[in-house]
Design a protein around this ligand. Sequence first.
Ligand code: GLN
Length: 234
Amino acid sequence: MTAEDLAQPGSRRAADRTASPGGPEVGVLALQGDVREHVRVLESLGCTVVEVRVPADLERVAGLVLPGGESTTLSLLLGSAGLLEPLSERLRAGMPAFGTCAGMILLASEVLDGRSDQRVLGAIDLGVRRNAFGRQLDSFESDLVVAGIDGGPMHAAFIRAPVVERVGPGVEVLAVLDVARDRRPVVCRSGVVTVAAFHPEVTGDSRLHEVFVRDVAAAAAPAAAAAVAVPQRA
Ligand code: GLN
């Protein structure tokens, strides 16, 4: 899959799919990009998925995935869909989110080499530079060890990926990629916001989506999650 493939607008209208009635609904931002791939992974995990295009869709969901695609276009479409304000507000209020590639750029606090009018959501304190791996590394694959992810390295597809240039306080770096002499963060997490510079939805690895789904479940049922976290007495 190429960046051009990713940049194609989703070809079908929402049709919310019901995979697990009763569980919290999760959203995939469905304005542009690799929406279908994320929907497929989330459904394989038993989630009820809502494709989010308008503020009313956003109100239904307990967490949101922001897909890969083209962050400049997504920024414009978020504005014209009236989603920028309500989405910023939900993120400020602690809604779990997972962003891949362009989705990572949107969730960051600062974008370099973006359009002058490009907006970011500031949900994770990262400075990211668009398309910064360089021509030879435009698209490439690599195996990555991700802290906290069991089951071996993740096979990661990078497609015109952003480079993290600044990591703010409170942001955990879960995986790095060695590029020349640099070690670049490629999976980061802050609270219930997780971002990856690559596309697990394209390679079909669901383990980072599982992290997101667990965050959604915990946010939807904080009392139950806290009860699980209390160590049992012997
Ligand atoms: N280069 C794209 C951007 O700046 C991101 C590419 C991707 O999501 N694969 O938004």
